[in-house]
Design a binder for this molecule. Structure first.
Ligand code: MG
Length: 255
């Protein structure tokens, strides 16, 4: 019986760590409750032009330069910037944000190469690596069959998207990602796993899924203790995928 209670207590504790609950300090409709900050919302992108990020977002790429990004060992990022987008330079390496991020709302737009080259995982492969460890797959999944948990907007090797909402290559596609990173105690024990929600072109494809650990090819390794924030990465998988209008909003506890 005692075991059951301790398991229940742990479950409750984990739930409190990961799910926002009504704050008992405030009555319903309490006029004394502090108001949220006022921000200016962003605008939608069109095929021709990226939209404007919300006023409280950190712009990670505004169409001009890669100053927010680095290559391996902090060297300048070697990907191309042209016409308002970044293009992967095949075999030049992943790029990483200079600033670390953890819990966040992330917006990324990408376009797949025209004409399509290769098939399955070889066609337009890149990836958005949250904390550099958890990949939301970027792939040309328009009429391109591959394994389910490796197609566009999949959590690589763990969760296929609920639907395939891919556009044909050449069109600007968007990911809107809500990510809550894992937490560890002082001894490195996992307190809560990472969770992610993804919208692909405005369609919900990952609904608050719980990651088993870092994403890897043909493996599901367990979590290893990390800081709450690590650089965000974009993958060089040898294909010239383009990115634009990348912005991020850091989330505080309770959001
Ligand atoms: Mg990839």
């Amino acid at each position: 019986m005692r075991t059951i209670f301790s398991v229940l207590a742990l479950a409750l504790c984990l739930a409190q760590l990961s799910i926002a609950q009504v704050d008992p300090r405030w009555k319903p409709n309490d006029p004394d409750r502090p108001l949220p900050p006022v921000i200016e919302p962003g605008t939608a992108s069109t095929e021709d032009a990226p939209g404007r990020p919300p006023s409280d977002a950190v712009r990670l790429f505004d169409g001009k330069d890669l100053t927010q990004w680095a290559g391996a060992d902090g060297q300048p990022a070697k990907w191309t910037v042209a016409n308002g987008y970044i293009e992967v330079v095949p075999h030049s390496g992943y790029i990483h944000t200079r600033q670390p991020f953890g819990d966040c709302q992330l917006h990324v737009e990408f376009a797949e190469p025209v004409p399509p080259v290769g098939e399955s995982q070889g066609r337009g492969n890149s990836g958005v690596f949250l904390m550099g460890l958890y990949e939301i797959q970027v792939l040309d999944s328009y009429q391109n069959k591959t394994y389910a948990d490796g197609q566009a907007s999949g959590v690589y090797g763990q969760f296929p998207p609920q639907v395939n909402a891919s556009l044909p290559p050449g069109h600007w596609q968007r990911y809107d990602i809500i990510f809550h990173g894992p937490r560890f105690d002082q001894d490195g024990k996992l307190l809560r796993p990472a969770r992610v929600t993804v919208l692909h072109n405005g369609v919900l494809v990952q609904d608050n899924v719980e990651l088993s650990g870092p994403t890897e090819h043909h493996q599901r390794p367990p979590y290893k203790a990390t800081p709450d924030k690590l650089p965000l990465s974009l993958q060089d998988h040898g294909n010239p995928v383009r990115f634009r209008n990348i912005w991020i909003r850091e989330l505080g506890e309770g959001q």
